[in-house]
Design a protein around this ligand. Structure first.
Ligand SMILES: *Cc1c(COP(=O)(O)O)cnc(C)c1O
Length: 394
């Protein structure tokens, strides 16, 4: 945790807790490093679903070529917050209204997930649309066996089965589909991939696309390999190796001068900039284990509950104890940190090592900048929402 964030956490008014603190300055530095590690020819889009906070989207604008949106809601929001930015519209199950809205807002790049969607788009498009077919590619060689969340390479509702691709190509070649310009292939197959694993996926997708183009005698010059770059919640300092990834991509692009390669990470871009800050309400011992109950919980930061991990955190001791009675304090070297919800699932960190923890101390959970507030079930138990804070560049 930087000195600056620490000071901010210490100085937050009690009434502002729980709080989300987004370090936009750190975000800008981190994303500038990502951009610098990638070959110029690689287009970097940000997957808005990771965190659509307006200030976060704006802070990213300097580093990204565009934004990937996956719903009508994200589409109108991102269009309003960063009006000049190119958008790519993806996501399974697009409604007729969403398609109409996207066309009205001038979205010209689509990730099409099915034949039905292709038909709908052809029937409504009023001008030229660049289309990538999202394909659920078979992944052999065990590349996806070890990853946290696989969206492809096995039966899923995402994208086209490879056996349906020839039919889509036939449709796209017919006169009724002339407004849809097939540019290439989209494949977001997994999340939690290391740089080496991601490069193996990229190579596979690029080869598959080249084979498809050769078989059908067409040009497929764009490949979007999605996001899914790994984030290590056990060790915030252990980050995706963007330099190795960039070097690998550069090598691959050297042999394919006509290829436009696009990536659309979410988590690995914004996870590190967010902190969820709160205070310990109570500490107790139960059947031989220590528990600290914080104000707030997984209804604000659902990430540890959905992924089954312990969210990394920093304790910021608060000396002041205003009461006449003894301060509840940990007696063990490990403590489970839970929230205010009446469910045993409301655990943010399980048997985490701590030196000491007392009621009134503050806790700042790290890596809360992606899939955190926006995936949480805010209304459960009707606790107040957190406050939001953005640390700008100095
Ligand atoms: C969620 C998603 C992403 C971003 O994935 P991360 O794991 O956050 O990098 C990119 N593309 C598509 C199609 C997605 O659904």
């Amino acid at each position: 945790m930087s000195e600056r964030v620490l000071r901010y956490v210490e100085e937050l008014a009690s009434a502002d807790l729980p709080a989300y603190v987004y370090d936009l300055s750190a975000l800008r530095t981190h994303t500038a490093e990502i951009r610098a590690a990638l070959p110029q020819r690689v287009e970097l889009y940000y997957a808005a679903k990771a965190n659509p906070d307006s200030a976060v989207l704006t802070a990213l604008r300097g580093a990204v070529d565009g934004y990937e949106v996956s719903s009508g809601g994200e589409l109108t929001h991102v269009r309003t917050v960063v009006p000049d930015a190119p958008l790519a519209f993806g996501g399974p199950g697009k409604t007729t209204d969403e398609i109409a809205t996207a066309l009205r807002l001038g979205v010209r790049r689509w990730h099409v997930e099915s034949e039905h969607e292709l038909q709908q788009l052809a029937a409504t498009a009023d001008g030229p649309i660049d289309v990538l077919l999202r394909v659920n590619l078979p992944m052999d060689g065990g590349v996806l066996d070890s990853v946290a969340l696989a969206m492809g390479g096995r039966p899923t509702p995402f994208g086209l089965d490879p056996t349906r691709v020839p039919e889509c190509l036939r449709l796209l070649a017919s006169p009724e589909f002339e407004r849809l310009r097939l540019r290439g292939i989209h494949a977001h197959l997994a999340s939690g991939l290391s740089a080496t694993e991601h490069l193996a996926v990229v190579e596979r997708v690029v080869d598959w696309t080249a084979d498809l183009a050769a078989q059908h005698g067409i040009r497929l010059d764009e490949v979007n390999v999605g996001g899914g770059m790994a984030v290590d919640y056990e060790d915030p300092t252990h980050r995706f190796d963007w330099n190795a990834y960039g070097t690998g991509l550069a090598r691959l692009l050297d042999s394919r001068p006509d290829l436009t390669l696009r990536i659309e990470p979410g988590r690995a871009m914004t996870a590190y900039c967010g902190w969820y800050v709160s205070e310990v309400l109570d500490v107790k011992q139960s059947h031989g284990e220590d528990f600290a109950v914080i104000r707030g919980g997984t209804h604000h930061l659902r990430t540890p509950a959905t992924r089954g991990h312990s969210q990394p955190f920093v304790v910021c001791p608060v000396q002041n104890w205003p009461h006449a009675w003894n301060r509840p304090t940990t007696t063990a070297t490990r403590v489970t940190i839970s929230g205010q919800l009446c469910t045993p699932k409301d655990v943010l960190a399980y048997q985490a090592p701590v030196e000491t923890l007392r009621a009134g101390d503050r806790i700042a959970f790290a890596m809360a900048g992606a899939y955190a507030w926006n995936i949480s079930h805010h209304e459960f138990l009707m606790h107040p929402h957190p406050t939001f804070h953005h640390l700008e560049d100095l």
